[in-house]
Design a protein around this ligand. Structure first.
Ligand code: PSV
Ligand code: MN
Ligand code: MN
Length: 388
């Protein structure tokens, strides 16, 4: 049986990074619903992220998205974060919102557009130098809508060339994390559609290039935990963008749609050493709240990832290995399902109390009265970028 003290220690050491864009107004392409009290500046986004960390104790990092987040003084922003008890995490690039990118960015047929895209990515590395961020997270909206629209192989060639230039600019402790996505906005062929394509580019680039698994970026029915196990085995899993999906890239709260899938993913993470600091996996959220309140929704996601992790840590590894060795299919499956069926909420409540936190983070945040205060103080909040 797993040692509960060790399980608690692993849970206390877990780190989940929250997205700056999860705190602003967002929506679908049909409507952005504005909410009272949303942040007006990157500084206020950090204030909100600091609340999530204060109530959960495990969310000390915040991902930025450039240029959705814009300030004059990046090291000043990093200092501001520190004062609030958080730090800046991954820098996410954005080569998908300019008119110039109609036919793509780093895969665009025109070298001038590729130059513009690469210059943006290099500028993101400059920001990382100033903020102390270690990870450059790249997602490309590049692709084609119609067969014959562009040459698939030529686009891969352009992508490889641009990535190599950016990789060459990285400093010692910096990494390039490449995110894939099956479709959207391109509907025929996406240039980085799957883990295999991302992995192939990362292999060519070098050891500091790794793949990001966004849980919303696969075809329905895809066995995501298999991808996770494989990338971990190869030492090429860079991190996660956790969120939930019912249909496509829904960006709902992590663990809301399919908590069992989240558990299966975390089981592979635990089983393959992915929680160890040496594995250097960035556990990030990538969610956009359409109708729900931002800060409590991010807290809920963090808690859902934490619950899935707790269940994964409770898997009786010895019993599982024995059943697998014996070829006892039912017993092996039972070991896993027993862990999944465990109500870990009392354990997590106790852990929070031991760490001086309120046992119920969402409720504690709502009781604090802060929501009403920021609604009164912050007038004219920003859009997150999505749906803008
Ligand atoms: C693309 O769908 C994506 O998942 C990428 O991570 C973007 O940077 C992010 O969404 C923005 O929400
Ligand atoms: Mn993502
Ligand atoms: Mn996405």
């Amino acid at each position: 049986m797993p040692d509960i003290a060790a399980v608690k220690a692993a849970l206390a050491a877990q780190r989940i990074e929250t997205p700056s864009w999860g705190y602003g107004n967002s929506g679908t392409r049909f409507k952005v619903f504005t909410q009272p009290g949303v942040p007006r500046t990157p500084y206020e986004k950090l204030d909100d992220a600091a609340q999530v960390h204060a109530y959960t104790g495990i969310a000390p990092k915040v991902s930025l998205h450039i240029p959705w987040d814009r300030v004059d003084d990046w090291s000043g922003l990093a200092g501001y974060a520190k004062e609030r008890g958080v730090e800046l995490g991954a820098i996410n690039s954005n080569t998908f919102q300019d008119d110039a990118y109609r036919l793509g960015s780093v895969c665009h047929p025109d070298p001038a557009v590729r130059r513009r895209a690469v210059d943006h990515l290099l500028a993101c590395v400059d920001i990382m130098d100033a903020t102390g961020s270690a990870d450059l997270k790249l997602w490309f909206a590049d692709g084609t809508n119609y067969p014959g629209q562009d040459d698939i192989s030529a686009r891969q060639e352009r992508l490889a060339e641009c990535l190599a230039e950016v990789y060459g600019r990285l400093g010692e402790g910096q990494r390039l994390l490449l995110e894939y996505k099956l479709f959207e906005p391109a509907f025929y062929a996406t240039d980085v559609p799957d883990w295999g394509t991302a992995y192939a580019h990362c292999l060519t680039l070098g050891p500091r290039a790794r793949v990001v698994v966004d849980t919303g970026h696969h075809a329905p029915g895809t066995n995501i935990e298999f991808i996770v196990a494989l990338l971990l085995r190869e030492g090429r899993l860079g991190g996660f963008d956790f969120n939930s999906r019912f249909y496509a890239d829904d960006d709902l709260m992590a663990g809301a749609a399919d908590p069992f899938q989240l558990f299966r993913i975390m089981h592979e993470v635990v089983r393959n050493g992915g929680l160890a600091p040496a594995a250097d996996i960035a556990f990030m959220l990538d969610q956009c709240h359409n109708i729900e309140a931002k800060v409590p929704a991010v807290i809920r996601s963090v808690m859902n990832v934490q619950e899935a992790t707790a269940k994964a840590l409770l898997v009786d590894a010895d019993a599982l290995a024995a059943a697998q060795r014996d070829g006892d299919v039912l017993a092996a499956n039972s070991v896993l399902m027993d862990a999944y069926a465990t109500d870990v909420r009392p354990l997590l409540r106790a852990l929070r109390e031991e760490r001086g936190l309120d046992p119920d983070p969402v409720d504690a945040y709502l009781r604090s009265g802060r929501q009403a205060r920021i609604a009164a103080e912050r007038v004219g909040g920003e859009q997150a970028g999505w749906g803008a």
